[in-house]
Design a protein around this ligand. Structure first.
Ligand SMILES: Nc1ncnc2c1ncn2[C@@H]1O[C@H](COP(=O)(O)OP(=O)(O)OP(=O)(O)O)[C@@H](O)[C@H]1O
Length: 245
C-alpha cells in the first residue's frame, strides 16, 4: 500500500435483517481515501451514505469485507480496540449536532476527553476560539444558533486531534449562508492537514470538495479512487444494484 493511503476498503457489505428479510444496503467493492483529501459523498436518500460513514468510523460493524486504516485492519477488531480507534482517529460531525443539552459548550467540547480526565480544558477553549465562539463557552446548546451549535460539534470533533473528520450532512439543518460558513471551516481544517469526508445532498457543498464519491443503491458508482488515478480507473462498476439475499 502507498504511504499516503489513509483508508482502503475491499468488498465491504452491510446487511440488515436476517434470513428471508435480509437486505444488503451496502456493497462497496473498492474505495481508497488518501491523507489530506476533502471528499464529498453524494447520492440519493437511502443510497447508503450514512451506512458507509458509520462503518468507516467504526460506529457500526460490517457484514463482510475489509476496512484498512493506516495499514491496519479495523474490521473484525474487538470493542476495546474500536473504542480507542474512534477516539484517537475519527472526529464525527452530525446533521443534528448531537450535543448534550444540559451542559455548556465548553463541556460539550470536552466530552471526548471525559475518560481521560480534565486536562483538556485549555485545548477546548482554544478550539472554541478557532471556530469563532470565544466568549460563548459557558452557553448551553439551546442558547446558541444552529450554526453555532454545529461549530461546537466541530470543536468537539477536533479535541483529540483525529486524522479523519466524518461529517454526515453537516449543513443539512442550516440556512445556506450559515452552511457555507460551516463548509469554509471544514475546508480550513482540510488545508491544515485533516482528511475530511462529507456526506451531503447540497450540490454547492459537493462542488467545493476536491473529489465526489457518488453512491447509488448501496454501491459506489463514481469516484472510488483519488483523482490522481488515470481516468479509466475512476469510474466504478455499479454492479446489479441493491438485492435481497
Ligand atoms: N437499522 C436499520 N435497519 C434496516 N435498514 C436500515 C437501517 N439503517 C439504515 N437502513 C436502510 O439502509 C439504507 C441506507 O440508509 P442510509 O441511512 O445509509 O442512507 P443515506 O444515503 O445516508 O440516506 P439519507 O441521504 O436520507 O441520509 C436505507 O434503505 C435505509 O432504509
Amino acid at each position: 500500500m502507498e504511504p499516503d493511503v489513509l483508508i482502503s476498503v475491499k468488498n465491504l457489505t452491510r446487511v440488515y435483517g436476517k434470513h428471508k428479510l435480509a437486505v444488503k444496503v451496502l456493497d462497496v467493492e473498492s474505495l481508497e481515501i488518501r491523507r489530506g483529501e476533502l471528499i464529498a459523498l453524494t447520492g440519493p436518500s437511502g443510497c447508503g451514505k450514512t451506512t458507509l460513514l458509520n462503518l468507516l468510523g467504526a460506529l457500526d460493524r460490517p457484514s463482510g469485507g475489509d476496512i484498512i486504516f493506516e495499514g491496519k485492519k479495523i474490521s473484525g477488531q474487538g470493542e476495546t480496540f474500536l473504542c480507542r480507534f474512534r477516539r484517537q482517529k475519527i472526529g464525527f460531525i452530525f446533521q443534528s449536532y448531537h450535543l448534550i443539552p444540559t451542559i455548556s459548550a465548553l463541556k460539550n467540547v470536552m466530552v471526548p476527553a471525559f475518560p481521560l480526565g480534565s486536562g483538556y480544558k485549555r485545548r477546548a477553549m482554544e478550539l472554541l476560539g478557532q471556530v469563532g465562539l470565544a466568549g460563548k463557552e459557558g452557553r448551553r446548546p439551546d442558547d446558541l444558533s444552529g450554526g453555532e451549535q454545529q461549530r461546537v460539534a466541530i470543536a468537539r470533533a477536533l479535541l483529540l486531534d483525529p486524522d479523519l473528520i466524518l461529517a454526515d450532512e453537516p449543513t443539512g439543518n442550516l440556512d445556506s449562508a450559515t452552511g457555507a460558513g460551516i463548509m469554509d471551516l471544514l475546508k480550513k481544517l482540510n488545508q491544515r492537514g485533516k482528511t475530511v469526508l462529507v456526506a451531503t445532498h447540497d450540490q454547492r457543498v459537493a462542488e467545493s470538495c476536491d473529489r465526489n464519491i457518488r453512491m447509488m443503491d448501496g454501491q459506489i458508482i463514481w469516484g472510488a479512487v483519488p483523482k490522481t488515478f488515470p481516468m479509466q480507473f475512476r469510474r466504478w462498476s455499479s454492479g446489479s444494484g441493491r438485492r435481497k439475499l
